[in-house]
Design a protein around this ligand. Structure first.
Ligand code: MN3
Length: 204
């Protein structure tokens, strides 16, 4: 079955003023859609790959034929990363995590503010395009980042970082350029207002 573009879980203007409607429309309707379309194109005519779930597909890149491996890595990763990203954002987001997630953040980073600072630094330090991630290793939290559309399911050898994704933030220019231009740091600060900590806690 072909991979499909999931609907946004909120209207495209719902995250304003932090993420503007025009950015959401082009990000979801053009960029994410292109990853889905190009993934389907790459695996078309290969029933073994077409029958795999997205997780199974990008979690076993070495088994993908070499001539389409790059396309599956970029577009499969892009589809996974964006699908995950939308679900962790909400117009009712913001504030601070609670419960076990808050405890884990305190124990790993010394506090919520220290965590936010370290996460923003990871997003800023990613040269070019990629993602900043909060990952869990059996409940122990870590921050890391991946290049381009690399995904944690690809493993450390390929993605440079591994663990269970708790949440990720897209730091490609297409995620913020219309509103924030070159100010990636301002976008990363604004994102905290729309992070859905209940969704993030469920991932954790
Ligand atoms: Mn993106």
């Amino acid at each position: 079955m072909a991979h499909e573009l999931p609907s946004l879980p909120f209207p495209s203007n719902a995250l304003e003023p932090h993420i503007d409607k025009a950015t959401m429309e082009v990000h979801h309707g053009a960029h994410h859609k292109a990853y889905v379309d190009n993934l389907n194109k790459a695996i078309a005519g290969n029933p073994a790959l077409e029958s795999k779930s997205l997780d199974a597909l990008i979690g076993d890149l070495p088994s993908v034929p070499e001539n389409i491996r790059g396309a599956v890595r970029n577009n499969g990763g892009g589809h996974w990363n964006h699908s995950f990203f939308w679900k962790s954002l909400s117009p009712k987001g913001g504030g601070a995590p609670s419960g076990k997630l808050a405890d884990a953040i305190h124990s790993a980073f010394g506090g919520f503010d220290a965590f936010k600072e370290k996460f923003e630094a990871a997003g800023l330090a990613r040269f070019g395009s990629g993602w900043a991630w909060l990952v869990s290793h059996g409940g122990k939290l870590e921050i890391c980042s991946t290049a381009n559309q690399d995904n944690l399911l690809m493993g450390r050898t390929i993605a440079g970082c591994e663990g269970k994704p708790v949440f990720g933030v897209d730091v490609w220019e297409h995620a913020y350029y219309l509103k924030y231009q070159n100010k990636r740091g301002a976008y990363l600060k604004a994102i905290w207002n729309v992070i859905d900590w209940n969704a993030v806690a469920r991932n954790f």
